[in-house]
Design a protein around this ligand. Structure first.
Ligand SMILES: O=C(O)c1cc(=O)[nH]c(=O)n1[C@@H]1O[C@H](COP(=O)(O)O)[C@@H](O)[C@H]1O
Length: 281
């Protein structure tokens, strides 16, 4: 198995060169319709190819949402494989948004599916759910380290329902979201320029100054655009940690398709707004 440079280092460089924006590839049925495409495999293929061709040579990260591909079965997964390979070939890092999480022995198989360098769906990083216990993710942590990939662990999610789990307080007084951030700090300790084990922290959450967001790793921040957050919210939500934030926008960019130039302009506008609020490194 060939080994890549660690994800954290590759991501830092991409963010410095291209800006930190992550655009989601979320082929909602409603977006396929807006783009004048059928809700079928051909529509899915056209949609994802258009996004990759328009953006993979300029944004730091593309984040395909696997559910929208899985919906079409094996042919949808074939489209996803192509999108991942072509996005990576054009220079974007790919975060596979599959939100996997299972008991350790099964987690190992999920890790093999997305983080083994020779897997058809190998991605630079994978979103994972720690809600079977952070330790259940350890096979994914181990394989990510071996292959130079990364993880984004759901810590404080952008959806309003997340609080019932993530804000629950443990017997030691720390809440669950903060506990996940603390686990990630340990994973990333001593890594330069930053570690490969990121947290998902919603841009919609308001002031997070009670949390220690300084995990020496990336913070994937969804919620900008369709969920109501704006780039201007980022410094208020993330404070000094804004430097490590990878803001994700999916529908807020995708609704500007299907024209590739219009899509590029939309992504560039958001990227510019983000550049204004995030201090250059
Ligand atoms: O892990 C994620 O990517 C994620 C975590 C989270 O807390 N909230 C969240 O919205 N996401 C994903 O980020 C994307 C947000 O899409 P838009 O609301 O269209 O920008 C979707 O693919 C969500 O599944």
């Amino acid at each position: 198995m060939s080994v890549l440079e660690p994800f954290g280092a590759r991501l830092r460089r991409a963010m410095d060169r291209r800006g930190p924006l992550c655009v989601g590839i979320d082929p909602h049925a409603s977006l396929l319709a807006e783009w004048g495409l059928n809700d079928d495999v051909a529509g899915l293929e056209r949609f994802s190819r258009t996004v990759v061709e328009a953006l993979a040579d300029r944004v730091a990260v593309l984040k395909p949402q696997s559910a929208f591909f899985e919906r079409f079965g094996s042919r949808g997964l074939a489209v996803l494989e192509t999108a991942v390979a072509e996005a990576r070939a054009a220079g974007a890092l790919v975060v596979m948004d599959a939100k996997r999480g299972d008991i350790g022995s099964t987690m190992a198989a999920y890790a093999e599916s997305f983080l083994h360098k020779d897997a058809p769906l190998f991605s630079d990083a994978l979103t994972v759910s720690p809600y079977l216990g952070y330790g259940s993710l350890s096979p994914a942590v181990t394989l990510a380290r071996e292959s130079g990939a990364g993880l984004f662990v759901l810590a404080l999610t952008s959806n309003p329902e997340g609080g019932e789990v993530q804000h629950a307080v443990r017997s030691d007084g720390r809440n669950i979201g903060a506990t996940m951030l603390a686990h990630l700090s340990v994973e990333n300790a001593g890594e330069e320029p930053m570690g490969s084990f990121g947290a998902v922290v919603g841009a919609t959450l308001g002031d997070l100054s009670t949390y220690d967001l300084d995990i020496n790793g990336p913070l994937l921040a969804p919620g900008i655009g369709a969920q109501g957050a704006t780039p201007a919210d980022l410094p208020r939500v993330f404070g000094a940690a804004v430097r490590n934030v990878v803001p994700n926008v999916s529908r807020g960019v995708l609704r500007h398709g299907p024209d590739a130039d219009t899509l590029r302009d939309a992504a560039e506008r958001v990227a510019e707004e983000i550049r204004h609020v995030v201090a250059p490194s």
